[in-house]
Design a protein around this ligand. Structure first.
Ligand code: NAG
Ligand code: NAG
Ligand code: NAG
Length: 356
């Protein structure tokens, strides 16, 4: 987590959202991955290797040109035993590749597209990864999880990722990705987690983002925070039944009330540090919401009485243009004065200002 001393409480809140993201990732990996079972016999079935996959892996090694990290990728050994590689126990096809901690300069090898059974592909913690996401990835029609995280990749997100129809999670956070978010991602109809936070993405949130509708029982999570996204939140997103949404630290304007409906699965909504401007008076907060941060916007109106019925772990409405009496009851007063500070004319506890 990126820590900012001045935003301590908010960081605590957002670390909740990211830990739930990570629980989700771990869970997704655990339920769907076919981890090789350890065997005692030296000639375990795991040791086999599909010759076509092996050829591709050796080609990848060559293109990365990194003998140190890839010394286990030795053609005299079965490729399913190599580091960073995981095969299916029965088919011996490569299903997972994990590139992490490699410090040397390299680009994403296009040859990865020639591993047709790949389901999980991870690039993480690669400070010298540059270039683009290769078009050959469109051939990875079994891919369920693509993670490119904490790299220096600065290309735009390619439109063709929308062709990976089996993607359940797409995590491209903490890179330097630029340009617009392609509308095609909205049509990935198995996607349960889309995490694009901490990049340099600009332009609008695509209208197609109201189309995410996958329901695997865990709910949909969207994180576009810490980018340079502008314009309004598309009205179409009112159709989303998400469990968690984070659009904070962007340049979004206008109305965010479409994201608030009473009967949804939403547990956390983070919209802080934008230029949102709408009337909070008529908003219905989702019944199950635990974390809400709307601070540092231009939201007006008053706080709906319904907040006293909610099980709020944290709620920050500070630095807006709200007015009127703070509803009394529930755990609203326990949230503390800071949650309501710097508004136009809010009054009543926990603020010291008396209502007239
Ligand atoms: C592969 O392993 C063999 C046997 O352990 C070794 O002799 C050879 O040098 C290795 N090749 C590479 C390219 O590391
Ligand atoms: C890789 O990244 C590190 C950290 O940013 C940097 O110090 C190093 O010079 C880079 N190495 C290469 C080969 O680019
Ligand atoms: C949203 O999803 C939750 C849980 O899956 C469900 O109970 C609720 O009815 C849904 N709400 C809408 C508006 O679809």
């Amino acid at each position: 987590m990126q820590k900012m001393a001045t935003h301590q409480r908010r960081d605590t809140a957002s670390s909740h959202s990211s830990s739930s993201l990570y629980l989700c990732i771990v869970f997704l990996l655990a339920i769907s991955s076919t981890f090789p079972t350890p065997t005692l016999s030296a000639i375990s079935p795991r040791s086999r290797c599909n010759p076509a996959d092996k050829r591709v892996l050796l080609q990848i090694k060559k293109s990365i040109n990194n003998p140190h990290h890839f010394h286990s990728w030795n053609s005299t050994l079965p490729c399913c035993d190599w580091d960073y590689v995981l095969c299916n126990d029965y088919t011996h096809r490569v299903v997972q590749l994990n590139f992490y901690g490699i410090q040397t300069h390299f680009q994403i090898p296009a040859a990865i597209g020639e591993l047709p059974y790949l389901r999980f592909l991870n690039f993480a913690g690669l400070p010298n990864l540059t270039g683009t996401i290769p078009y050959s990835f469109t051939k990875l029609q079994n891919l369920e999880s693509l993670i490119i995280r904490r790299t220096t990749l600065s290309c735009p997100i390619p439109d063709f990722l929308g062709q990976l129809k089996n993607l359940r999670q797409l995590i491209l956070s903490y890179n330097q990705l630029s340009g617009h978010i392609p509308a095609s991602l909205g049509y990935l109809n198995k996607l349960a987690l889309l995490d694009l936070r901490w990049n340099k993405l600009n332009g609008n949130i695509p209208d197609s983002f109201g189309s995410f509708n996958f329901d695997d029982g865990m709910g949909f999570m969207l994180d576009l925070s810490h980018n340079q996204l502008a314009g309004e939140i598309p009205k179409s997103m009112g159709a989303l039944n998400f469990t968690s949404i984070d659009l904070s630290h962007n340049k979004l304007v206008g109305d965010a009330s479409v994201l608030f409906r009473e009967n949804t699965a939403a547990r956390s909504i983070y919209l802080y540090n934008n230029r949102l401007d709408f009337d909070l008076t008529k908003v219905w907060f989702p019944r199950n919401i635990n974390y809400l941060d709307l601070s540092h916007n231009r939201i007006h109106g008053s706080i709906p009485n319904q907040v006293i019925e909610l099980d709020l772990q944290s709620m920050d409405l500070s630095y807006n243009r709200l007015c009127g009496k703070i509803p009394f009851g529930g755990n609203v007063q326990q949230l503390g004065a800071k949650s309501f500070a710097h508004n136009q004319c809010l009054c009543g506890p926990p603020l010291p200002t008396k209502c007239k």
